[in-house]
Design a protein around this ligand. Structure first.
Ligand SMILES: N[C@@H](CCC(=O)N[C@@H](CS)C(=O)NCC(=O)O)C(=O)O
Length: 291
């Protein structure tokens, strides 16, 4: 084809993975530019993009920013296999599911920052730069980047708690779309690539994985986005997990990790966490978290 394609991304960004998986699905030869979360904002503006976010593509010098813009641009660039079907009604359904998936993206991202305020391992593990030389800078900038991202993405504790209350319904929606064949069918589509990386990211949370594993949504994430980097230790306030436990029919406080303790969350949006750690969080090996 001979097109020059560059993907601007950072590791730990679910929509960056969406873009990467779509490029791979279409076998579009590309170069991935791994940015560092935080300073990436200036990198994007400096490269002439309209906003500070990843993912973004340059195709022969043309700038395309945002995962939903990228899916459309890729169908133009390399029509086979298509990310959107030809049938207009089915196309609308997939576009709607893709847009819904972009909201799930916000949920997963907010929860990462809720976790990052409580435990540096969450940030350093999820956003671990593939180049080890960049990691000391990540450690130094972690606190500031977390605060800026919390503000930029409105990833407050209030939002995180609300996101978890709505998570069972969102997972039910994914399972229903899988049952209907809109997601996870033989031919993967743009909604598959938008939604699966976010479920894969949520599965990296030790607090959340037990509530997702075993669902069709988890198998789907494993199929479409099998490798999401990082691990988030159990740091979310147990009270936030009550709606997930309730959905499972377990009494609040008897979490699936078997810890069962009713720890009180005293950490809020100032970034100075004093949430008591579950005993198992301390004993987990640090290599899992990319320290
Ligand atoms: N909804 C956008 C994602 C935009 C977004 O928030 N990306 C994050 C990374 S996952 C980002 O670049 N955040 C940094 C910022 O907002 O400056 C898309 O689908 O492309």
């Amino acid at each position: 084809m001979g097109h020059k394609v560059k993907l601007y991304m950072f590791s730990g960004s679910a929509p960056s993975l969406t873009a990467r998986l779509m490029l791979e699905h279409k076998a579009v030869d590309h170069k991935a530019v791994h940015l560092m979360v935080g300073p990436h904002a200036f990198g994007m503006l400096g490269r002439g993009f309209e906003t500070m976010t990843v993912p973004a593509l340059k195709i022969d010098g043309r700038r395309i920013q945002g995962s939903r813009e990228i899916s459309r641009a890729l169908d133009e660039l390399a029509p086979q296999p298509p990310l959107f079907p030809a049938d207009p009604q089915r196309r609308r359904e997939i576009e709607d599911a893709e847009e819904w998936g972009e909201e799930l993206q916000d949920v997963a991202r907010r929860l990462v920052f809720c976790a990052a305020r409580r435990d540096p391992r969450a940030f350093l593990s999820i956003y671990r730069h593939p180049n080890p030389l960049m990691r000391p800078a990540q450690r130094v900038s972690r606190r500031l980047v977390t605060r800026l991202a919390t503000a930029g993405h409105r990833a407050t504790d209030r939002a995180g708690e609300r996101d978890l209350a709505r998570l069972p319904a969102r997972l039910d929606q994914i399972d229903a779309w899988i049952a209907e064949g809109l997601l996870d069918s033989a031919e993967l589509n743009a909604a598959d690539f938008q939604i699966a990386p976010n479920v894969a990211l949520l599965l990296r949370f030790e607090d959340l994985a037990p509530f997702i594993e075993g669902r069709p949504a988890a198998r789907f994430a494993q199929r479409v986005a099998p490798e999401f980097p990082g691990q988030v230790p159990p740091v979310l306030p147990p009270a936030w997990l009550a709606p997930l436990r309730a959905e499972r029919g377990a009494p609040p406080g008897s979490g699936p990790t078997g810890t069962g303790e009713a720890l009180q969350a005293t950490a809020y949006d100032d970034g100075h966490s004093s949430v008591p750690q579950r005993p198992d969080a301390r004993s987990l090996p640090s290599w899992r978290y990319g320290r």
